[in-house]
Write a protein that binds this ligand. Structure first.
Ligand code: GLA
Length: 378
């Protein structure tokens, strides 16, 4: 977060307008982009995400009753819910109420949410929200407690069976770096090391295709079930532990399950290679790995969509050194490594290609080089 972040002043002003007075606490948590390592978290594998400059702020004040009153500035919506009925809560309020319930809060809050993280763009607006609420409401909680509660909120209260990547980076990110996360380890030991994200002569950009993806709808859960079935067929507790020979053998009997497993094994290898390429600031290798990851997600894991495939091919054709879809898939954004100063020209090539197909032009977002994770501001 920048010193004197104007978004904090906006959140404080909005709190005063909607609830009167001042909040007792305010915390901010970033969106994230995963450079590589997609659908590996729920398979005991490796991921390499960094935090975006876009942030969600939660300003709150405790109440004496069990009611949670919420207002979201970017949705321009006010809601309230009884904490005792947390399990029945739905929609964006479930992320807030589920987090409070998972942290064991028994009394309510007035909560103002103010955010510039795009929603449904595969950039973890959900984890930015749960982590901002968690840090603001339980500033004394340690990282593992915050991690468990925010994952529980999403898995058990919202009903999205996500794997922990988002919450790990949103809570633990460090400026100027990506985090190498290893999901074969317990929560408190998952950050293996950091890797520098600066690539001389290049910039990280994100292009939001506006194809809304929702992790609580069926596609993500279906892929998780396939991964569990593939691990069972291979006789391993997680796909990361499968051998390439066993996967090749499985492909003769169960082509789809074998393809899911092949993605996980090749993606873990690409995460290791990407970490080395970032250390070496080797733009060409970084680009190749990004693009290979996309093709694996498209062909073996089958979580891309027409808009993401067109976006990646147009990005590559208009100067990107590499590009791939980001996050759970079925929509959302593409990330690209671009030569410095080329984003405008690449953006218009994308707008043209989308326009010819009758699709809305993707929105470009400068991804920066990695921001701090969730922090308490007040
Ligand atoms: C979503 C989930 C993560 C992870 C990614 C895919 O972002 O929340 O847990 O599985 O998809 O890598």
């Amino acid at each position: 977060m920048r010193p004197h972040d104007p978004r904090v002043d906006e959140a404080l002003a909005a709190f005063a307008r909607h609830f009167g007075g001042t909040p007792t606490r305010l915390a901010g948590a970033p969106g994230r982009v995963n450079l590589i390592g997609e659908h590996t978290d729920h398979n005991g594998g490796l991921c390499l995400p960094f935090a975006l400059p876009q942030r969600t702020f939660a300003a709150l004040r405790p109440r004496a009753d069990q009611i949670v009153r919420m207002h979201s500035t970017h949705r321009d919506q006010s809601l309230e819910w009884d904490l005792r009925e947390a399990r029945a809560c739905r929609g964006w309020a479930a992320y807030v109420v589920g987090t409070l319930a998972a942290l064991g809060h028994r009394t309510g809050f007035d909560i103002l949410v103010h955010s510039d993280v795009p929603v449904g763009a595969g950039l973890s607006s959900s984890a930015a929200l749960t982590c901002a609420v968690a840090v603001a409401s339980s500033p004394e909680a340690d990282l593992t407690t915050l991690l468990r509660a925010t994952i529980t909120a999403e898995n058990d209260y919202v009903g999205a069976p996500t794997g922990g990547l988002d919450q790990s980076v949103v809570l633990g990110a460090r400026a100027g770096t990506a985090l190498l996360l290893d999901f074969s380890r317990p929560e408190s030991e998952r950050v293996v090391r950091t890797a520098p994200t600066a690539v001389p002569g290049h910039e990280w950009w994100i292009f939001d295709t506006h194809v809304a993806h929702d992790l609580a709808d069926g596609g993500y859960a279906a892929r998780r079930r396939e991964c569990t079935a593939a691990a069972e067929a291979l006789g391993v507790p997680t796909l990361t532990l499968a051998s390439p020979a066993a996967v090749a053998e499985l492909s003769l009997r169960e082509a789809t399950l074998a393809a899911r497993a092949r993605h996980v094994l090749t993606e873990n290898a690409r995460v290791r290679a990407m970490t080395a390429a970032l250390d070496a600031r080797d733009a060409a290798t970084i680009g190749t790995l990004l693009t290979r990851s996309h093709r694996s997600l498209r062909d073996d894991f089958a979580v891309s969509c027409a808009e993401l495939d067109v976006a990646v091919e147009v990005l590559l054709g208009s100067g990107a050194v590499g590009a791939r879809m980001v996050g759970g898939g079925f929509g959302g954004s593409a990330v690209a490594l671009l030569p410095t100063g080329s984003a405008r020209q690449v953006g218009s090539a994308l707008a043209g290609a989308f326009g010819r197909r009758g699709w809305r032009a993707p929105t470009p977002l400068a991804a920066g080089r990695g921001n701090e994770g969730a922090t308490r501001v007040v």
